[in-house]
Design a protein around this ligand. Structure first.
Ligand SMILES: Nc1ncnc2c1ncn2[C@@H]1O[C@H](COP(=O)(O)OP(=O)(O)OP(=O)(O)O)[C@@H](O)[C@H]1O
Ligand SMILES: O=P(O)(O)OC[C@H]1O[C@H](OP(=O)(O)OP(=O)(O)O)[C@H](O)[C@@H]1O
Ligand SMILES: O=C(O)c1cccnc1
Length: 478
């Protein structure tokens, strides 16, 4: 079905846009930020992802006749508004952190500036794209970190929550560190190596396991990854694989290895390794799969399981242990009568009070070691001085004020979309994966820990903190 993603929005966005059209001047501009508050799996950061799809969605943003007819049929909106939609040219400017950047709670990871009506209409679609891929990239980072360099194949298509989640989830999984995918459409679209072994049905389709393995080896003599757990891993699967590997070697082929998909993987892999080595197949690889995630992988490796590759499906593609990234889209400034007014959403919980104004996020690196040690959220027109007294961005932090010096500051938000300009965001997923790896390598190791990570400091400049305090005071009538 051909779907126009401009229509992928919540009804209230259209209702507000129609209302803005009726009540506010057309030229009123607004700035909104995307940020999140809680890291999935009690981690300390999220890997930002989904930007390529955001830019593509912005480039394609339009309403066609069938959309306008449908919206008219709701009997909610004025003809003037429907005409605005029909002739709309997106006039928004977007800045964003590059895909693959580790981003901390409260930091704007994408900002949109443009006519209020348009900026409002983008909310749901942008959150949908960014929240999903960032969630899966973050989970993939955890899983691949646990795998400690062993290649991880993304196997989740059959368990993903729908086709889009499988395809864009596979893309995000590579950004977070996966080496390949079994999802052929994702592999084709994003130039990811397509990888795979065989299913139990192949083994069951022949009179016995040995015949099944031999048939596979005949069709794929150089791609003989054999699934050894259909009947009994150690009594039949591995011995039969060894028989076939000997036949392959005798005909000049290099056996690939085995996949274990059930049982106690540590014990099975250890014994399989001994049997393969004893038969002279030290190079044959052992792949493990079966509802694995970072916790099980860590446990397997701690037990010394001799696993060379992992195949990971459901727990990765759904981020099963922590399946929501609650990124939000909040107004930061509004232009009325040509004047920018910073805007704030005040909440009963101080943690939820938003950051006003046009902003920039800086990552601060120690001048000598080039290691990142803190981020600072500033107003976009501020220039960071060499020494700066900053305020903790987390209102619950105990140490509220700190002085920072001897750093180099890298601005993270970059322009990615503007009317009439071709966007220039990286699309090579392995280049993005490399950027992720390198950016992570500059962060403190304790911040990257999978369990109880050290929380990385994020600060506000005094100007931004003051602006926020002033707006809170105005709101409280002080
Ligand atoms: N050594 C291990 N340490 C921790 N978890 C393990 C270990 N070996 C396997 N597991 C995990 O234990 C679970 C075992 O799954 P389950 O109880 O469904 O058995 P199974 O072997 O998959 O049985 P089935 O024959 O139905 O496939 C899986 O999630 C797997 O990842
Ligand atoms: O467990 P996951 O991490 O989601 O990895 C993908 C799973 O999908 C397959 O199982 P399935 O029972 O669907 O088919 P098969 O075993 O017959 O291939 C495969 O064998 C894995 O167990
Ligand atoms: O190729 C495989 O082994 C595979 C692919 C998808 C799901 N499970 C296994």
């Amino acid at each position: 079905m051909n779907m126009n993603h401009a229509m992928l929005t919540d009804l209230y966005e259209f209702s507000m846009a129609n209302g803005y059209c009726a009540t506010l001047p057309h030229t009123d501009q607004a700035v909104f930020d995307i940020f999140y508050r809680t890291v999935p799996d009690h981690g300390s950061f999220v890997i930002a992802a989904g930007l390529q799809q955001v830019v593509e969605a912005l480039q394609a943003f339009h309403f066609d006749d069938t959309d306008i007819d449908y919206l008219r049929s709701l009997n909610l909106y004025s003809e003037a508004f429907l005409n605005e939609l029909a002739t709309m040219k997106l006039a928004c400017r977007v800045t964003a952190l590059p895909e693959g950047t580790p981003v901390f709670p409260r930091e704007p990871l994408l900002t949109v500036e443009g006519p209020l009506m348009q900026v409002q209409l983008l909310e749901t679609l942008l959150l949908n794209l960014v929240n999903h891929q960032s969630l899966i990239a973050t989970k993939a980072r955890r899983i691949t970190a646990a795998a400690e360099g062993r290649p991880v194949m993304e196997f989740g298509a059959r368990r993903a929550q729908g086709p889009d989640a499988s395809v864009y989830g596979a893309r995000a999984a590579v950004i977070g560190g996966c080496a390949s995918t079994s999802n052929v459409l994702a592999a084709q679209l994003f130039h990811i190596p397509a990888a795979g072994t065989m299913a139990h049905s192949w083994v069951e389709s022949f009179s016995d396991e040995l015949t099944a393995f031999r048939a596979w080896a005949k069709v794929y003599p150089d791609n003989s990854a054999l699934l050894v757990d259909t009947y009994d891993v150690l009594k039949s699967g591995v011995p039969n694989a060894i028989t076939i590997f000997k036949e392959l070697r005798a005909t000049g082929h290099q056996p690939v290895g085995i996949r274990i998909d059930s049982g106690d993987i540590t014990q099975l892999a250890k014994q399989a390794r001994v049997m393969l080595d004893a038969a002279g197949f030290q190079d044959a690889k052992i792949t493990a799969s079966n509802a694995l995630d970072e916790t099980v992988i860590q446990s397997l490796l701690k037990e010394g399981a001799p696993i060379d590759n992992f195949g990971i499906g459901e727990k990765l593609i759904t981020s099963a242990s922590s399946p929501v990234l609650s990124g939000v889209y909040k107004m930061a400034a509004l232009q009325t009568d040509g004047q920018w007014q910073p805007k704030i959403k005040v909440s009963a919980s101080r943690e939820k009070t938003t950051l006003p104004g046009h902003k920039q996020v800086y990552r601060l690196y120690h001048r000598d070691s080039h290691r990142a040690f803190a981020d600072v959220i500033a107003l976009a027109d501020e220039i960071l001085p060499e020494t700066i007294a900053v305020v903790n961005a987390n209102p619950l932090a105990t140490q509220t004020r700190v002085t920072l010096a001897d750093f180099t500051a890298k601005p993270l938000l970059q322009p990615v979309f503007a009317p009439g300009h071709t966007a220039d965001v990286p699309t090579d997923v392995f280049a993005i994966q490399k950027y992720t790896r390198e950016t992570l390598a500059a962060l403190p190791e304790a911040t990257q820990r999978l369990v109880n990570p050290d929380f990385y400091p994020v600060y506000l400049t005094p100007k931004l903190a003051e602006m926020q305090q002033k707006l809170i005071a105005v709101h409280h009538g002080n």
